[in-house]
Design a protein around this ligand. Structure first.
Ligand SMILES: NC(=O)c1ccc[n+]([C@@H]2O[C@H](COP(=O)([O-])OP(=O)(O)OC[C@H]3O[C@@H](n4cnc5c(N)ncnc54)[C@H](O)[C@@H]3O)[C@@H](O)[C@H]2O)c1
Length: 320
């Protein structure tokens, strides 16, 4: 196991297998195995079950006699699933493991952007609470969230976890998702955006969703709306977002992801006080680890006991 593992799931595995536990997250400097180095390690440990989170399961790894591969992610994109399927190895995943963590960060970014938490904190630290002839009460006024309308774009695991939290804040919550029958909107994104004081994006990236929030969609949002994206930067047009913020049409934004996982310090977003930026930490909770441990361990136990795993991405190999 090179994935971080904890809680009930670790106990489940320890009861049925000899566990070699060496999680990538504790390695400093960072250690992410490529296919060759991972294959060497698996051979050295004589392992027949592999559980990973970030290491690359490719090439020679798929030539080894593995009984299953657990990828502790919703989307097991670190695994060459086609090669695993060709080799007859079941690949297990952990859907929704970080839904609550990401939804909590979405709410955190929303509160922070709406109430100027970051610049207000900076003023206190810098001793600049009173400046420019204004007291903070003059500078930092906002509409409260209770009683206003939020639109959730993408009503999957994270979107659903965000929706009930926003309802809990006293907001009216709309949702756009062509594939979830529970969404309030299935084919009229702009119609929903026109009603929204807050828009929180939680769609998966596909050819259809890439760039789905652009100039027209920002323009459709209510003046003074706050935009939150804890999903992927690819879902929006960043230049259009900057323009919507610069014109004052949007009151603020909270973002947890950037193209290339980084934002240059001279990017216009970095100069905007009404924008809150975090570096892809939505899922970074200990609960995410406990959740994926439980989900993957239960499925590994099923495989080892000859039962059908629940979250297998290549179920065709199970009937061979
Ligand atoms: N910030 C983080 O650390 C972090 C962690 C986990 C997930 N994420 C991201 O959050 C997003 C949601 O993850 P999830 O686990 O809820 O995935 P999910 O697969 O459970 O949900 C994705 C939803 O997007 C919907 N969708 C598909 N096409 C759509 C369209 N055209 N318009 C609107 N919705 C559409 C799907 O129907 C589905 O309901 C993903 O982009 C994922 O990469 C970010």
């Amino acid at each position: 196991m090179t994935a971080p593992f904890r809680g009930e799931g670790l106990e489940t595995l320890a009861a049925i297998a000899d566990v070699v536990y060496d999680p990538w997250i504790e390695q400093v400097p960072l250690r992410i195995y490529d296919g060759e180095r991972l294959a060497e390690r698996i051979k050295a440990e004589a392992a027949d079950v592999l559980i990973v989170e970030s290491d690359l399961v490719r090439g020679p790894v798929l030539d080894l006699p593995l009984r299953c591969i657990g990828s502790c992610r919703g989307d097991p994109n670190n695994v060459d699933v086609a090669a695993a399927t060709a080799a007859g190895i079941p690949v297990l995943r952990a859907p929704g493991r970080n839904a609550d963590g990401v939804a909590e960060l979405a709410v955190a970014l929303l509160f922070a952007a709406n109430r100027f938490v970051v610049p207000a904190d900076r003023r206190v630290r810098d001793g600049k609470v009173y400046s420019g002839g204004k007291i903070p009460y003059q500078r930092y006024r906002a509409w409260q969230l209770a009683g206003r309308t939020a639109g959730v774009v993408g009503l999957g695991a994270v979107g659903r976890a965000a929706a009930w939290r926003l309802e809990g804040l006293g907001m009216r919550v709309l949702s756009f998702d062509p594939y979830n029958p529970d969404a309030t909107h299935h084919d009229d994104l702009e119609g929903m955006l026109a009603e929204c004081d807050v828009v929180s994006v939680h769609a998966v990236v596909t050819p259809d969703t890439e760039g789905m929030i652009g100039t027209a969609q920002f323009a459709a949002m209510k003046p003074g709306a706050i935009y939150v994206n804890t999903a992927r930067a690819k879902l929006h047009d960043t230049d259009a977002l900057v323009a919507a913020l610069a014109s004052g049409h949007l009151a603020g934004a909270g973002l947890d992801h950037f193209e290339g996982e980084n934002l240059p310090t001279d990017h216009p977003l970095c100069a905007m006080d009404n924008v809150v930026l975090t570096p892809h930490i939505g899922g970074a909770t200990y609960d995410t680890e406990a959740n994926h441990s439980r989900i993957i361990a239960d499925d590994v136990a099923r495989v080892l006991q000859g039962e059908r795993p629940v979250n297998c991405v290549n179920p065709e190999v199970l009937n061979r």
